[in-house]
Design a protein around this ligand. Structure first.
Ligand SMILES: [Zn+2]
Length: 274
């Protein structure tokens, strides 16, 4: 309550004006990460549509009268301005709160959103524009905030597939990566490339896909994000989950610390060992 009142009456540097000084950058931004800097400040990393990832120092952000208070929280959407790029760390000059994602405070949604933010953080670059990636994060957070709770895992799988495609890491879900013949339910994952293969071209030892995995991944790939929650996924989620994990780990060279908690542990374990 106190904070809301203070925010409503406060008029200061963090509120604007929106047009910054020479060389400053202003953009809509989503907070990906924060860490403390010295006693009272924070270093904030955001994703923007126009400028990719931007990191800035929010001076005095921990002080009780800071205009940044309650604004630069994880996943908040901001209208923010950074100082000119002079080679060192930029300053976060001002940040106006556009949107808090209260719907993501529920534990499972928060975990899924943290996973998505981690993936996007790994797949993005400081100062390099990637509008598709920003849209994936923005749209993904919207979906995770609103979808039925039980649909969270299949929405995460859908988002992972989109990210794989954006990173150029999504193998064909329809044809054998070796011979190009259509894949039926008797399909295998290649241990070396992670691509999919028919029985004839699956290397040894063979890693068969679990029943239902391929149809679910195809359905997610072909449908719009808003339709993912209504797909009848059931047990196929656990069957399909190991595949995007392989593709993302290969593309990002890291594994998300959140993923194991999101999907059934047995499915994940089976995927890891092949
Ligand atoms: Zn083949």
């Amino acid at each position: 309550m106190i904070r809301l009142g203070a925010r409503a009456t406060r008029r200061n540097a963090a509120d604007g004006p929106r047009r910054g000084g020479p060389g400053q950058t202003t953009a809509t931004a989503i907070v990906l990460r924060r860490r403390d800097f010295r006693e009272s400040s924070r270093i904030v990393t955001c994703l923007t549509r126009e400028h990719g990832k931007l990191t800035g120092l929010a001076k005095g952000a921990h002080r009780p009268d800071s205009p940044f208070l309650g604004r630069i929280d994880f996943l908040n959407e901001l209208d923010a301005t950074w100082s000119a790029d002079r080679g060192g760390l930029r300053l976060l000059v001002r940040a106006r709160l556009l949107r808090e994602r209260r719907g993501l405070r529920e534990p499972r949604r928060f975990l899924a959103a943290s996973h998505l933010a981690w993936l996007v953080d790994c797949g993005s670059h400081e100062g390099r524009s990637d509008p598709e990636l920003f849209d994936l994060l923005h749209g993904g957070l919207n979906l995770l905030e609103r979808c039925p709770g039980l649909a969270v895992p299949q929405v995460v799988l859908g988002l992972e597939l989109r990210l794989c495609a954006q990173l150029g890491a999504l193998p064909s879900l329809d044809r054998c990566g070796e011979c190009g013949e259509p894949l039926d339910d008797d399909a295998f994952r290649q241990a070396d490339t992670g691509g999919l293969a028919c029985r004839r071209h699956a290397g040894l030892p063979r890693y068969p896909l679990r029943p239902g995995a391929l149809p679910l991944l195809r359905a997610l790939q072909r449908s719009a994000g808003r339709d993912w929650p209504s797909l009848d996924a059931g047990a196929a989620v656990a069957a399909a989950a190991p595949l995007p994990a392989h593709w993302l780990a290969a593309a990002l060279e890291q594994r998300s610390p959140f993923r194991r908690l999101l999907f059934d542990a047995p499915g994940e374990r089976e995927g890891t060992s092949g």
